[in-house]
Design a protein around this ligand. Sequence first.
Ligand code: GUN
Length: 284
Amino acid sequence: MTLLDGKRVAGEVRARIQTNARELTEQTGIVPGLAVILVGDDPASATYVKNKEKACAEVGFYSEVYRLAAGTTQDALLQLIDRLNADDKIHGILVQLPLPKQIDETCVIQKIAPEKDVDAFGFASVGKIMIGSFDFLPCTPAGVMELLSAYSIDPCGKHAVVIGRSNIVGKPQAMLLMHQNATVTICHSRTRDLAHYTQDADILVVAVGKAGFLTADMVKDGAVVIDVGMNRNAEGKLCGDVDFAAVAPKCSYITPVPGGVGPMTITMLLQNTLTAARNRAKSE
Ligand code: GUN
């Protein structure tokens, strides 16, 4: 069993992004800039946003973070996005999800200019991903693909099973695996006899949000297991969706939590922000 070391791979990719960003600045004067908007005080979201801000600083990006009160109106948020859409210092805009109940997420996401949609959640980005011709890939699924590639794990011809059908992870993950010629099965909370599918998986991506969800009996010997989960166990310790101690011995490769998919996600956000800044430079 080999651990898929997201921390190491993320470090390597971030070093490359930093070099490329410096070159872009030398050639064009453009410093990649990211605006992150957090509405409310969900502690997990606050941590994610802080990590994004820190990652930007580490690779020399410009960043702005807007921490708005939980009672912020949808109109005020849309106005801020409008302003950021027109701001030349900002190449990427990210609205941290989930948003408070009074705000319509879909409406807010669509307000982000497509050329600044570094989360790749907008209609234009999603459509492009479906077709296979894109500027931005959603960060978590893209991070998973980058991690597979770093360990020369080729999805071509393999049976990839994705558990979870969210717009952020499950659906785009399935699409990216299919673009790389995997045969993909998407499972979800209504799937009957889930183990029937997972036991046949060569590559298994688990994005459920429940600690210990994937147990050893659900996994084929030699499978590649990717754990997208980010949960806290009873002792408050960060853990994934996979019963790691029992599942790991059966795997050829497995991601740890923390230190697997997590560091790759923010790395792909930096990559998308660099792409947006480069596209901006080309359009000038
Ligand atoms: N909340 C959980 N994951 C994400 C993500 O990838 N992007 C945003 N904007 N919010 C999230």
